[in-house]
Design a binder for this molecule. Structure first.
Ligand SMILES: Nc1ncnc2c1ncn2[C@@H]1O[C@H](COP(=O)(O)OP(=O)(O)O)[C@@H](O)[C@H]1O
Ligand SMILES: [Mg+2]
Length: 421
């Protein structure tokens, strides 16, 4: 069964929470102070950026202290009824059975706009009268809507953990998962997470799950992903669009060639189409796309390309009828990953893009997505044309080798080039 790692490795005890030791100590003391009677501030307001452990800190503390824990999303407290229930929960510290209660109202920033002003006011009233510790969580405490509420709260700032804290955490997960990880690879993930542990753990899972080793090469994909207008969004468009037109747009957004996008979609279709009927139809569409890719290879008739695109985007998206929409992470295409899509390769593509750009009078980005794929197909299939193009674009030998894809072809093209020079 698939378990998201942020869930699998959710700290169960405060001792497992990474970073923010000062904030956690202050929070702990405040909760303890309730044993001496109702303190001056009846609510603790934890705030800070997402993914750094605010929610898990409260959960872990309730766990450690064996408290009766009530956790709610603030947006559930929009109606008067719900607010009254909340007030009821907060009206008693000890229960009949000696347990102590901790009430958490999470994601306060989910309350938006004027219509929720009443909600914040009602929450403030509950806090003023609370007889049990109330914890509020929000990304920011300094929203003007919280101005009054703030006065009644102990403000506790949660800061982003340092890269090295995130790094250590990820290394530990690798160890538990039995993955031999290159430190630089893990550093890369930690660094780019910008202190968001949840997203770092997600990235680590996407890249390393099921592997014995994690190399730097594997993670250089992440940088690639960043540059690509987030490929995940593009694949999501292709897989989840409700209309053909939107699905097809994915191709324009993707700063990658069609073959690459095909791999991404192919890799992700099975997990995202959970109804077998849909899956069969989506795979049918992909196989049609592949048939037309084959036709292009055989005949070099590029006009087939539009069928390839239609089938792999709109065809796939329209296959979705019965599948449930749930949260499923996107996977990196294994077939391409094994081709080691390295930094050097990206640089190569960029350089070829710069050669294409002035000849076609289009941007480098469009050169890569609209011209390069065709050139690549030509290089793989037609030595004569490839040589002509190489000359026209003034490609160097390395570029020819790259586009040809294998040594033999490259040699043939280079030979032709030399003949015609
Ligand atoms: N400080 C941390 N230590 C360990 N794991 C963390 C930490 N922060 C986040 N995580 C991971 O990310 C997930 C989400 O954390 P969460 O507490 O919901 O973040 P926040 O509430 O700050 O947005 C957790 O389940 C855990 O797997
Ligand atoms: Mg949270």
């Amino acid at each position: 069964m698939y378990t998201a790692w942020p869930l699998k490795y959710k700290p169960q005890s405060l001792s497992e929470v990474v970073g923010n030791s000062l904030a956690i100590a202050v929070f702990k003391d405040w909760v303890k102070s309730w044993d001496q009677g109702v303190p001056k501030k009846r609510a603790a307001f934890l705030y800070g950026p997402p993914g750094i452990g605010k929610t898990v800190t409260v959960e872990a503390l309730a766990n450690d202290f064996h408290m009766e824990f009530v956790e709610k999303n603030a947006s559930d407290y929009r109606t008067e009824d719900a607010i009254n229930r909340f007030a009821g929960l907060a009206s008693q510290y000890g229960s009949l059975f000696g347990g102590k209660r901790l009430v958490l109202l999470d994601e306060l920033d989910g309350l938006t706009g004027n219509s929720d002003r009443g909600g914040v006011r009602a929450i403030t009233e509950v806090v003023k009268n609370a007889q049990a510790p109330v914890v509020l969580i929000s990304n920011t405490a300094y929203d003007p809507r919280f101005a009054t509420l703030r006065k009644y709260c102990l403000l506790i700032e949660f800061k982003k953990p340092t890269t090295s804290e995130v790094f250590k955490h990820l290394m530990r997960l690798c160890q538990v998962e039995g993955i031999q990880a290159d430190e630089n690879a893990v550093k890369f993930i930690a660094h780019r997470s910008g202190g968001d542990i949840r997203s770092a753990v997600n990235d680590l899972q996407a890249l390393a799950q099921g592997k014995k080793q994690l190399t730097y090469e594997d993670v250089s994909w992440l940088g690639y992903r960043d540059r690509q207008d987030t490929i995940f969004n593009v694949v999501r468009m292709a897989l989840y669009s409700r209309t053909c037109a939107v699905a097809k747009q994915a191709v324009n957004l993707a700063d990658i060639d069609i073959d690459m996008l095909f791999e991404w979609i192919y890799e992700n279709v099975p997990a995202h189409f959970n109804d077998p009927r849909d899956l069969a139809n989506a795979m049918d569409a992909l196989s049609m796309a592949d048939v037309y890719r084959g036709k292009i290879r055989a005949t070099q008739d590029w006009s087939f390309m539009r069928y390839v695109i239609d089938y792999m985007t709109a065809g796939v998206a329209m296959a979705r009828q019965y599948s449930k929409v749930g949260w499923v992470p996107f996977k990196f295409p294994t077939r391409i990953q094994s081709l080691s899509w390295s930094k050097a390769e990206r640089a190569m593509q960029r350089n070829i893009g710069y050669k294409i750009k002035p000849k076609f009078h289009i941007s480098a980005k469009r050169s890569l997505s609209e011209v390069l794929p065709f050139i690549r197909i030509i290089f793989k299939n037609n030595t004569q044309k490839a040589a002509e193009i190489a000359k026209w674009l003034d490609l160097n030998e390395e570029m020819v080798n790259y586009l040809a894809g294998n040594e033999e072809k490259a040699a043939a093209i280079t030979a032709l080039l030399a003949e015609n020079a």
